[in-house]
Ligand binder design. Sequence first.
Ligand code: AMP
Ligand code: GLY
Length: 425
Amino acid sequence: MRVLLVGGGGREHALAWKIAQSPLVSKLYCAPGNAGIAGVAECVDIPAEEVQALLKFARREKIDLTVVGPEAPLAAGIVDRFEHSGLAIFGPSQRAAELEGSKVFAKHILRKHAIPTARYDVFETVDAAEEHVRKASFPLVIKADGLAAGKGVSVCHRREEAMDAIARMMKERVFGDAGNRVVVEECLFGEEASILALTDGRTIVPLPSSQDHKRVNDGDKGPNTGGMGAYSPAPVITPEQGARIEREIIIPIVHAMNAEERRYKGVVYAGVMMTDDGPRVLEFNVRFGDPETQPILARLKGDLVPVLKAIAEGNLQKADLAWDPRPAVCVVMASGGYPGHYEKGKVIAGIDAAAALGDVVVFHAGTALKDGKVVTAGGRVLGVTALGADIRAAIARAYDAVKLIRFEGAHYRTDIGARALARAN
Ligand code: AMP
Ligand code: GLY
């Protein structure tokens, strides 16, 4: 089977690593890929958003299955375009991808189908949003409707912060059209977790739970990032809570999308807050999480490709995915300055030594090859991932590996997995 993977981050390296191991795969391409992906796939110099160029490539190369990593091509309708041309592709259609692409759509469908989430209102004008915020009690959360690269959410503790967020989104339009409408919602409290499931719209296969670390600094301090690390499983999701999330959130949202004639195929990712009143949806993503995919796939024992293919064909009968019971931890090493401005092109040393440690995989994110050397090429550079007999051992092993890797300005959190560790004690 000839496979094309779209994207070039840490999530895609984890997917490429897994897909390349499948005996069903004779050739794996990745567009655009990165320096690590180049070790397991042939990288193609086409950006992930260039749907037309990707389609042309897939037709020319007779690709049997395309797997999409990031949200932008999904929101741009890559799945519809490929299917229209008779090509099998893993991911939701453009209309189904609105579950991530529009927070207003996501909130409305949640409310309509009585799926638990924060109470909310939607505003289409600055005046109406400001009027609401003047009377509201705090804290509250303001969200730009559209895609904003993970930066469209403000948790506001004071009225001035909320007014500022509205001004930035709706007057200064820092997220462009994504800020045409805002959602103002109740602030929820609890521990967050990520719940991913694979589905063809009928059969649903939940993946093990995981937890991201969104803030840049230890102790969840500092600005939000794309994710500074993750681990799987997340012990906050007990088997009972996992079953409840499946019953109250995952199965209902897949059915709700069908009912809205937006049949959902691909991976559905629910960001969930475990509140005292039970799990509540914070957001949906229509793709694999990054960096959650790194520890999740590090634990996957079987072959992912038949499942991806069956979903692309809309015909997933069942999937018995076997998982390594050991926990996995992924520590993200980032460029100096990230999530703000950072320089690229710093030579990375020590990857081979780190990868030589047992039970360690070094997933590349923002890396490139330059004059035969691996250099930094993005904000999040590497996702150093390790398995361990227990969470403590997995954390220790991941940091042993991190300490062998060096590049100028490198920074990482030193407390990835701390919540799981606290629950283990
Ligand atoms: P989202 O992109 O919607 O996941 O939001 C990003 C982050 O904002 C989440 O991971 C939460 O930490 C936080 N957040 C979003 N919605 C809420 C809420 N209703 N209450 C508290 N925190 C929230
Ligand atoms: N880890 C968060 C995300 O993938 O959106």
